[in-house]
Design a protein. Structure first.
Length: 426
């Protein structure tokens, strides 16, 4: 697209957004602008941006030797890399589990463990076929060799410019979240790894626990000595509440991550006393004051719930990391403060009242995605996930099947497993 047209359109949209009068917001122009900047020409208007599915299972364990049960994504006697989708200690000879897995998953494995953590064996579990199963040691399959399962990890990727579309490389924030368990049935551990920040514009971030009230939790304890943005030198304006566990507008639980993403990675100020907006981990060729490579910043949070049911309900469909931006072009054009969530929570407004007129932004576009893959490789800076031009029937990008999924949300749910141009990925 012609750059001059882009900036003219951007200016028109921002001026519309800044207006206090709803009548001055041109819905048609905004929709045309978003559609014109989007990656493909014919996106599915009913797209749900969902790559996962959820289920519940109750397991009966009349054998006293079975202390806990897990739902695994692979058979650990045959494959390395099995992930623990759910984990529960048995009470009263049974355990209840709620879990999230990739939408393409058909077969899971129910594992039985002794109190010392020894795997006693597994039983195949066809996804969705049972709501209740009984297992005994006699029904378990096992082998001599076992590949230790690992905690389940999903990758969250973001564009930070909402409500304005940008390059759709989805690397403005890359967050990997690992969910694990302890022997305390009311505890859940979330390990959060900030992997990339591919934008010069600053933002804050937090994790909203959907459907979990602040009062449902006893505490959220950070296992490390200091927060991600320890030593932040300015007043906090995007996340004003202090502490690790904070209360959302509707009383829901929120984990405070950081106020300024560039401070998290760089912990430095320039000669003007400002925090430089360096892009981290989105280019293999660092440029001074523009881009750099840095180690991911990792923190683990122990969520202590008041009940086992609350802990069991903290599944990946309820873990809602989000960005808070201050979409300010200059003092004359302040578009306000916005939250950027994955599609199911697009209009939540956890800490800010962003969406009094959510219909104005209710389109098929999402500025964030959940990828059910722990090591998902995201695009390099400025490279869209894919592009598709209908008039010439041409697709280009590191994940070309992504375009097919955008055109029809019922197909190509495993697009993220099929790399078409590896050189375009970080």
């Amino acid at each position: 697209m012609n750059k001059n047209f882009y900036f003219l359109a951007l200016l028109l949209v921002v001026l519309s957004l800044t207006s206090c009068s709803k009548e001055l917001f041109d819905q048609e122009k905004y929709d045309e602008f978003v559609e014109g900047q989007f990656m493909i020409d014919n996106a599915d208007p009913n797209h749900d941006w969902c790559l996962t599915k959820n289920d519940t299972l109750r397991v009966k364990t009349p054998d006293a030797a079975i202390y806990r049960v897990q739902i695994l994504t692979l058979n650990p006697y045959d494959h390395a890399g099995a992930e623990i989708a759910a984990d529960a200690v048995c009470y009263g000879n049974e355990a209840g589990m709620t879990f999230t897995v990739p939408i393409t998953t058909n077969m899971l494995y129910l594992a039985a463990l002794a109190e010392d953590g020894t795997y006693l064996g597994v039983v195949p579990y066809p996804y969705g076929f049972y709501k209740e199963m009984e297992i005994t040691r006699q029904s378990l399959q096992k082998s001599v060799v076992i590949y230790p399962p690992v905690p389940q990890t999903f990758t969250y990727i973001y564009e930070s410019t909402f409500p304005i579309p940008d390059d759709f490389d989805y690397n403005d924030m890359v967050l990997r979240v690992t969910k694990s368990y302890t022997n305390i049935s009311t505890d859940v551990l979330l390990t959060v790894s900030l992997a990339a920040a591919g934008t010069a514009n600053s933002y804050a971030a937090a994790i909203h626990l959907g459907g979990v009230k602040y009062d449902d939790l006893v505490s959220v304890e950070m296992m490390e000595d200091e927060p991600m943005d320890a030593g932040y030198p300015f007043p906090r304006t995007l996340i004003k509440q202090s502490g690790t566990l904070i209360r959302g507008r509707n009383g829901e639980a929120v984990i405070n991550l950081f106020e300024n993403v560039h401070w998290v990675f760089g912990k430095k100020r320039n000669d003007m006393g400002q925090i430089p907006g360096i892009k981290y981990n989105t280019s293999h060729v660092p440029v001074e004051n523009l881009s750099a490579e840095a180690e991911p910043v990792v923190r683990t949070f122990r969520i202590n719930c008041k009940t086992r049911e609350t802990a069991r309900g903290i599944t990946f469909d309820r873990i809602d990391p989000f960005i808070i931006n201050n979409a300010k072009i200059d003092e004359a054009m302040d578009a306000g403060t916005w939250e950027i969530h994955t599609y199911p929570y697009k209009f939540t407004g956890v800490l800010w009242d962003c969406f009094t007129d959510k219909e104005a932004y209710d389109n098929h576009v999402s500025w964030a995605m959940i990828i059910p893959k722990s090591d998902f490789r995201y695009p390099l800076e400025g490279i869209s996930m894919c592009t598709y031009q209908e008039e010439i029937d041409a697709t280009f990008g590191p994940y070309e099947q992504f375009a097919d999924w955008l055109k029809n949300h019922l197909t190509n749910h495993d697009w993220y497993l099929h790399v078409t141009r590896e050189q375009l990925l970080y």
